[in-house]
Write a protein that binds this ligand. Structure first.
Ligand SMILES: C[S@@+](CC[C@H](N)C(=O)[O-])C[C@H]1O[C@@H](n2cnc3c(N)ncnc32)[C@H](O)[C@@H]1O
Length: 512
């Protein structure tokens, strides 16, 4: 399975996932708070979900979250853990009415207090400066805790401790006060200290932080690093069903875990996608982004093998893992019925005939069984089919009782048009350092709504890699300073189907 970013309501999506398939779940659901606070992204998906959980008071919120946590419990392996991030608005309700009920009190591991110091006045109460992260295991006896990976340096007061070096050269401290039991406690410096359940060493993101994307509930990577390191192993599968701007999966990817991120907001999914592309590791596995709609160009001109694999999965089949198969078949259904994919339009009769021959060579017995039972003997998937193919399929059915199904790509997934994008620029004044200020204006049109623009001031035209420095520009207006010389700026627009278009601007600035 590849890593996945999936657009949609996590309840529906989790219900389709296999039981006991996930090692670690981290969730940071929208808090139960007042109406004005909400909507990070402001797109339809998020607003829908917002109204969904706000129809009533806290009871409604708890019911909304509970049915989701119920699915999460089902998805976790017996060795798995859940970390639920919340705050004073609902933490007590969540613990008692959701986690204790679904996971059981005995599977409670920790209540982590994440304390941050983000300033404020506190005129009428003590400042509220912590979140709660509940950790429950699916099975108390089997959960993972990589204590050594999250240990922090121990600072020592030496009052009762004697310092020494053992026969292996390891530095230790030992309690030298005489003890009745006779056994002295010795701890090694290189073992560090197990972090306590109050975390004060992880700062909330300040507005100028480098990892900051520009939406209010973004969590620091260091927080996720501690959780993922502590409660999962390399290669494990991590799920964040409220992925937001992708912090969890970016960190999971860095730490060589596999991952699935879900969000109902297109903006969240697209921001997460760009964030993953900003920090590719050498050994990062490929990932797929599942939206509701796809655009023709991207699919049609995608790498052929990647497209075949992907569309067969969307169709519910099993793709061939090998690039080449003896009979030129690309995959099969779970019952063995062959599938062939043609990444082209107007597929003709010859493809049907060759496919039938391949099916016969592949598994003649199966084909004959299916023919006798009047079942489909094979599927051909393509963007469109020519008349020749359609009549050949009809002929085979009528004359030979061989049923081949022609499946159009747009009957498996929804295809839509990409947004159009125009960018203009204007050079303004030059500052004292000789930098020229430029104003850029992007205008876009789409059958759907325009969500946001992203800007890359140093677009790499050779490799066509888009590494945006501005990720969430709602207006399409930017100002930026440039030194004399040649420049390429990349602009991306994303619409509410998640479809995107990139434009580039090349220009050269001269010294005045
Ligand atoms: C608090 S944010 C998560 C922030 C994230 N931890 C980060 O660091 O970026 C909550 C997210 O849940 C998403 N969401 C809300 N209801 C959802 C639902 N029913 N299914 C999937 N995602 C949902 C929202 O769109 C929002 O992006």
């Amino acid at each position: 399975m590849t890593n996945q970013l999936i657009l949609g309501d996590n309840l529906t999506l989790m219900r389709e996932m296999a039981s006991e398939s996930i090692d670690l779940i981290y969730l940071d659901p929208p808090f139960f708070s007042n109406r004005h606070y909400e909507t990070l992204w402001g797109d339809d998906g998020e607003i829908r979900s917002f109204e969904d959980r706000w129809a009533g008071g806290i009871e409604h919120y708890i019911a909304w979250l509970k049915e989701r946590v119920f699915e999460m419990h089902r998805l976790l392996k017996p060795t798995g853990s859940i970390f639920l991030h919340c705050d004073w608005h609902a933490d007590a309700y969540i613990r008692v009415y959701i986690l204790d009920k679904i996971f059981g009190e005995s599977n409670f591991i920790n209540q982590v207090v994440w304390h941050y110091n983000t300033g404020g006045k506190g005129k009428s109460s003590f400042l509220r400066k912590h979140d709660i992260i509940f950790w429950y295991s699916k099975t108390r006896q089997q959960y993972i805790f990589n204590r050594d990976l999250v240990a922090i340096p121990r600072t020592v007061g030496t009052a009762h401790l004697r310092n020494g070096i053992d026969e292996n050269g390891r530095e230790y401290y030992e309690d030298y006060s005489p003890r009745k039991s006779g056994k002295q406690y010795r701890w090694y410096v290189d073992e560090g200290l197990t972090p306590m359940d109050v975390w004060t060493d992880i700062q909330a993101l300040n507005p100028a932080a480098k990892e900051r994307i520009g939406y209010p509930t973004q969590k620091p990577e260091a927080l996720l690093e501690r959780i993922i390191l502590a409660a999962s192993n390399q290669g494990d599968l991590v799920l964040d069903p409220f992925v937001g701007g992708g912090t969890t999966i970016v960190v999971a990817d860095k730490l060589e875990r596999r991952w699935i991120g879900i969000d109902q907001s297109v903006a969240a999914i697209k921001v997460s996608e760009m964030r993953l592309e900003l920090s590719p590791r050498l050994f990062s596995l490929p990932f797929s982004v599942k939206l509701h709609k796809y655009d023709y160009d991207t699919l049609r001109y995608k790498d052929a093998f990647a497209f075949e694999t992907w569309i067969i999965e969307q169709f519910g089949g099993l793709p061939n893992t090998k690039q080449r198969n003896d009979f030129g078949l690309d995959g099969k259904m779970r019952d063995g019925t062959p599938i062939q994919v043609k990444r082209s339009d107007n597929v003709g009769r010859i493809v049907v005939d060759n496919f039938l021959a391949a099916c016969q060579r592949n598994d003649k017995k199966l084909l004959e069984q299916q023919r006798e039972a009047g079942q489909t003997v094979g599927f051909i998937i393509a963007f469109s089919f020519a008349k020749g193919a359609i009549s050949e399929v009809a002929r085979l059915k009528n004359e030979d009782n061989l049923k081949i199904e022609l499946i159009r790509v747009d009957s498996i997934i929804q295809i839509a048009k990409k947004p159009s994008l125009k960018v203009t620029m204007q050079a303004d004044s030059t500052d004292a350092k000789g930098l020229r200020e430029m104003t850029f204006t992007a205008t876009a049109e789409s059958e759907a709504k325009i969500e946001f623009f992203a800007w890359d001031w140093h677009y790499d035209a050779a490799t066509k890699t888009f590494k945006p420095e501005v990720l969430l520009d709602k207006e399409g207006q930017q100002q930026q300073k440039f030194a004399p010389g040649k420049h390429t700026v990349g602009v991306k627009v994303v619409d509410s189907d998640g479809l995107e278009t990139i434009e580039t601007l090349q220009f050269e600035l001269h010294t005045d």
